[in-house]
Design a protein around this ligand. Structure first.
Ligand SMILES: [Fe+2]
Length: 375
């Protein structure tokens, strides 16, 4: 997720001129991220070796060359279109599975309001109510075309997957201000080189440049080290795998001759992958967009990147149907206390302790979840 970023700054004074109502994004109650201090015992050489093996194999003559060169890639049709559209319908059904969301009509923009939506992050990411473990989410995570992409990057079929959420964006909502940039990287300056690959399984039509979709700064991953070493104070660095860029910092990157800000146009079933050092953000819908965004965050890492201690905790997170950030092998967070809130900031009585439709706990799923070991 996005690092299910709780720190995103958005305009909390969003003003609805037509009704004079003010939408306050629902921050989560009780979400003092119960992060677990877990110093990695994985030696940096392990990450370096995996990264080197991938880089040394280039050129590949396919999307991997774009990933290495530009810091991101688009894999067309990683999920067959009919299945992608089915998954999209599953997201829509899930959104409408609450008593107060029955008034949401996806064909009637006047109903696209906060009161008709389940709790979500201000960045339009849904990760509560155990939705990360709905059957359709696990079906997507087990799509062969997605797993194959990450296997090709990491050089192994023995992968772990994140328990992340999904993005659902209604374009030009009448009760929200226009979207803003929240450009960031998802890797701490203490971590160098390729250590995390993020992905988005795109389900909706985002083929119009006005549609909501991922925005990347192409080639920016190449300047990650230079940026932190020359443009920031080392004593201000943290181990948090998230760094939000100021406008002047964004300009520093954009002053590089090969760095360009690009919103990626994609179709149902396309997979986006990017290096966590690549600057990115979820780009909102621009005026005139007619497409609802439905996109699931998927990220996989080699199982060998995770410590035994981490896997034990990940198992507990799985067994409680809780979510994680986009990191599959690090940054585990216990989120048992997350409480979804209604727009009036009262706890949502329709909170859930398990998915509406549980996934089949197959051997493949349990290994991806880190619950069962590969060997
Ligand atoms: Fe991110």
């Amino acid at each position: 997720m996005v690092s299910t970023v709780q720190t995103v700054k958005i305009d909390v004074n969003a003003h609805d001129a037509s009704t004079q109502s003010i939408v306050r994004p629902r921050e989560l109650s009780g979400n003092k991220m119960n992060s677990v201090e877990m110093p990695s015992k994985i030696e940096p050489q392990v990450f370096q070796a995996a990264s080197n093996a991938f880089m040394d194999g280039a050129p590949y003559g396919d999307w991997r060359d774009s990933f290495i060169e530009r810091g991101y890639a688009i894999l067309k049709g990683a999920i067959p279109k009919d299945r992608a559209q089915y998954y999209e319908s599953q997201i829509h059904d899930w959104i409408r599975s609450f008593s107060y969301t029955k008034n949401l009509n996806l064909n009637d923009r006047s109903t696209w309001r906060e009161k008709n939506l389940p709790a979500h992050l201000p960045i339009n990411v849904y990760g509560l109510y155990c939705c990360s473990h709905e059957k359709f989410m696990w079906d997507i995570r087990q799509e062969a075309g997605i797993i194959d992409a990450f296997s090709k990057i990491w050089g192994t079929d023995e992968l772990l997957v994140s328990f992340d959420g999904f993005s659902f964006i209604l374009p030009e909502r009448p009760d929200l201000p226009p979207p803003k940039s929240w450009a960031h990287v998802d890797q701490s300056p203490f971590k160098r080189g390729l250590q995390c690959v993020q992905g988005i399984a795109n389900l909706g039509d985002a083929s119009d440049p006005k549609d909501a979709s991922l925005v990347v700064y192409s080639n920016s991953h190449k300047y990650f080290d230079e940026f932190f070493d020359t443009q920031t104070e080392k004593n201000g660095w943290t181990s948090v795998d998230y760094y939000s860029l100021t406008e002047s910092e964004r300009d520093w990157f954009l002053s590089k001759p090969d760095v360009e800000e690009i919103k990626l146009s994609v179709n149902p079933g396309d997979l986006l992958v990017w290096d966590s050092r690549t600057i990115h953000y979820g780009g909102g819908a621009d005026p005139g967009s007619e497409h609802i965004r439905s996109a699931v965050y998927v990220s996989y890492s080699p199982a060998k990147f995770a410590t035994t201690q981490f896997l034990e905790l990940k198992k507990k997170v799985f067994e409680s149907w809780s979510g994680t950030t986009h990191w599959a092998h690090d940054n585990i967070v216990l989120r048992g206390k997350d409480i979804p809130l209604l727009p009036n900031y009262e706890p949502d009585p329709e909170n859930r302790s398990e998915p509406l439709e549980k996934p089949e706990l197959s051997d493949k799923l349990l290994k991806l979840a880190g619950v069962r070991r590969y060997s």
